[in-house]
Unconditional design. Structure first.
Length: 153
């Protein structure tokens, strides 16, 4: 039984390594469409969904440090895609909104990403798509749940 556990663990590590490689290629700090990186698009998308998003909420959504969020947001502000204002409830807090150009860029990048994800889905057999997506969601939650309080890495 111990041998089987070791084999399963080894296979899981290989799967995680493969996922890490493909995610890294998708999430590089290089612009992939309209001069926007994948992480920056995630910010534009989050702000678009909420219409107005507080920086503190963005840290949580991205699961990154405040300094990383600021590093990702600042170029979007400089490009005129986002506007940062003081929050109504706390003068120290900041809220983000899409500019007109930000909304247009968001739409263009969304079209680009839709094409990419359609190609990805095209590489998964039609009859397996629901199963694959469901399994990936379970896997993501298992990793999140296991990572809470993990001090081994």
């Amino acid at each position: 039984m111990l041998t089987q556990i070791k084999e399963n663990t080894k296979e899981l590590m290989e799967v995680l390594g493969g996922l890490s490689q493909v995610l890294r290629s998708c999430c590089r700090d290089e612009a992939f469409c309209e001069g926007v990186t994948f992480h920056q698009f995630m910010i534009l998308d989050a702000v678009e969904k909420e219409k107005e998003l507080h920086m503190a909420d963005l840290h949580k959504l991205l699961s990154v440090e405040k300094s990383t969020t600021t590093r990702l947001v600042n170029p979007l502000i400089k490009k005129g895609l986002l506007q940062r204002d003081k929050a109504d409830h706390d003068f120290r807090a900041a809220k983000l909104m899409l500019t007109k150009e930000g909304r247009e860029t968001h739409k263009k990048v969304q079209v680009c990403l839709t094409g990419f994800f359609q190609r990805v889905l095209g590489n998964i057999p039609v009859k397996k798509r629901t199963e694959v997506l469901g399994t990936v969601k379970i896997f993501i939650n298992a990793i999140k749940d296991s990572a809470n309080g993990c001090n081994c890495c």
